[in-house]
Design a protein around this ligand. Structure first.
Ligand code: GTP
Ligand code: MG
Length: 568
């Protein structure tokens, strides 16, 4: 083991806190080996999380490409709950080899079936009939979502146990708290929470499939386009049930023209001209939104929100159960997802801490699913990453340090903004910090409970506090457009609530240790105690609560107004 450690742990590059590892060297596995003390005595949940970290060998883009390609060979089949799995697979395998399949429940039983070849889908489509409906009429759009029924339900379905369903949502809060209370220590509580909440392999595949189904629609107009997931579906911080952020990329045709020098002529497409790129985005989204609304099987509640800062189409995709947000030309957001993915992959503590903080914030209404002046999950993640950059020694590198490790192929300039950073995880030397998650969680609350939000801003590019460029109550620099504040929406009340709760939670964590509370009186302890909604009450004065409630109600009313206006 000693020689292995000696071989794996390479020195830092002078001047850059984060050094390159030997090409091809297994640097990720050393992440935990180097932060040695903790590793030797590690307990099962952490070991499991660490082994997952060390198993990640592909880059983010390689994974995205692989999953997108898989999704294009996949179909979604609504079937009877009492289907005979063996007979079902035998029937489908007439169309080609099946690589993988699983069942889940979403207003019925669905099977996700991944064929080994794309041609198998065409073969299945050849034998698929248009549904017969008596009083309505169907729109003959051939998608990859099918309904399969039994020719003779009496004999085919008799007494058959239903198939095994893969879970698509998190366990109940009550059950989660019980699980947390059964953990050995606070650090393991954080790992347990992450294990319960994180996206499963099957759920991730389903997200790529949903994107691929929307891509089929977009390709009717833009044959080179792709629809890819971004945000928490792919950045490694996604929780079961989180929304599905989709990016429609029009391919080369949507980018700035490059003049090729072939022969004595230039050939250009004749294209419609519009005054602004934003106008083009709005028009494209409007048409694709209509197509999804009119032709997309299972797409419900389509809303075109074209005047937002980042125009989008929102809809609910019923067969997969995802709430989807479709945007166009937002390539920086994909880069941002990759950056978060890299941070989440560097050390198992990063994701565990972020999951717990996000969950804590949601329980106490610090974040919300209703748009408004609350802190968003994205901002909260930036705060947690910033905090981890500030540890001694730092747990993750700054964005500038990641940029210093970048190669030529990592160079990305998007709309004039430098989005360059090393994308190969093997190049990033792991931290030597060995602090436990218990310490980190407590210090996170203490750090932000005492942060000078009135004068300082948070910037993961630099990894240090800076003077706020303006008077926004919370200023978090956009990592790629440094002049922009990603938490501009947040008001003073929300910052004060966050600070009050952070202080309260730091106090609770320090006051209650496991032996004192769990073993003697079976009360929730550690992280479970922090997830009790009652904490919020004691940390807030009535007046502030009232102000918050009325603000929340106003926001809810506003969003209802917007929705009903859109329906009219
Ligand atoms: P969830 O709450 O789990 O959906 O987290 P999320 O990270 O997916 O957040 P959200 O759906 O709100 O946004 C999706 C992605 O858009 C984020 O991960 C960011 O990459 C990007 N994003 C969100 N808000 C902002 C913002 O204010 N500024 C910028 N530049 N990007 C943002
Ligand atoms: Mg999201």
């Amino acid at each position: 083991m000693a020689s292995l450690l000696g071989r794996l742990c390479l020195p830092h590059v002078p001047g850059v806190g984060w050094a390159r590892c030997a090409p091809g060297g297994p640097c990720l596995s050393q992440a935990r080996l180097c932060s040695a003390g903790a590793f030797v005595q590690s307990v099962p949940p952490q070991e499991e999380a660490d082994s997952k970290v060390s198993a990640q060998k592909k880059t983010f883009s390689e994974l995205q490409v692989e999953r997108s390609e898989q999704a294009q060979r996949t179909v979604l089949i609504n079937c009877p709950a009492n289907i005979n799995e063996k007979a079902f697979l035998k029937y489908l395998s007439h169309h080609g080899k099946i690589n993988d399949h699983y069942f889940y429940e979403s207003l019925g039983t669905y099977a996700v079936v991944e064929f080994s070849e794309k041609e198998s889908i065409a073969s299945l489509q050849d034998v698929t009939r248009t549904p017969y409906v008596e009083k309505e009429c169907t729109i003959p759009f051939k998608s990859r979502i099918f309904t399969l029924s039994l020719k003779n339900p009496v004999t085919q379905g008799a007494d058959r146990p239903s198939v095994h369903y893969h879970k698509q949502s998190t366990i109940l809060c009550k059950d989660l708290l019980q699980k947390l209370c059964r953990a050995d220590n606070v650090s393991n509580q954080l790992y347990t929470l992450m294990d319960e909440c994180q996206l499963t392999e099957e759920n991730t595949k389903l997200r790529f499939l949903a994107c691929s189904l929307i891509q089929d629609i977009a390709r009717a107009y833009f044959p080179d386009s792709t629809v890819q997931p971004f945000g928490s579906s792919v950045n490694s911080f996604g929780k079961l049930g989180c929304d599905l952020d989709m990016l429609l990329d029009l391919g080369e045709i949507g980018r700035s023209p490059i003049r090729t020098n072939t022969g004595p002529f230039y050939v250009e497409y004749q294209m419609k001209k519009v005054p602004l790129e934003r106008t083009a985005t709005q028009r494209i989204l409007s048409v694709i939104g209509d197509c999804i609304d009119n032709f997309g099987p299972g797409a419900m509640g389509v809303q075109k929100i074209l005047n937002a800062r980042c125009p989008l189409v929102k809809f609910s995709h019923q067969p997969t159960g995802f709430q989807c947000d479709l945007t166009v030309s937002n390539r920086a957001a994909i880069r941002c997802s990759e950056l978060l993915y890299i941070y989440g992959s560097l050390d198992s503590r990063v994701r565990a801490l972020v999951f717990s903080i996000r969950c804590w914030a949601r329980v106490h209404g610090i974040t919300s699913s209703i748009p408004g002046s609350w802190i968003t999950n994205f901002s909260l993640t930036m705060m947690a990453l910033f905090f981890l950059q500030k540890r001694t020694p730092p747990i993750i590198p700054t964005l500038d340090q990641l940029k210093a490790l970048a190669d030529a192929e990592d160079k990305h300039i998007i709309n004039g903004n430098d989005c360059t950073f090393a994308s190969n995880l093997k190049k990033i030397k792991p931290t030597e910090n060995t602090e436990t998650l218990h310490v980190l969680l407590n210090d996170f609350f203490e750090y932000f409970g005492n942060f000078a939000f009135n004068k300082n801003s948070i910037n993961i590019r630099k990894g240090k506090e800076q003077n706020k460029p303006d008077s926004s109550p919370l200023y978090i620099h956009n990592p790629f457009e440094q002049g922009l504040n990603i938490s501009k929406n947040v008001n003073q009340i929300q910052v004060e609530r966050f600070v009050a709760l952070a202080r309260e939670c730091s106090w609770i964590l320090q006051k209650k240790d496991k032996s004192q509370s769990s073993l003697c009186n079976k009360k929730p302890w550690g992280l479970a105690a922090l997830l009790q909604p009652s904490i919020a009450k004691s940390s807030l004065k009535n007046k502030k609560q009232l102000a918050l409630a009325s603000e929340r109600m106003q926001s809810l009313l506003d969003s209802l107004k917007i929705n009903s206006a859109k329906r009219e």
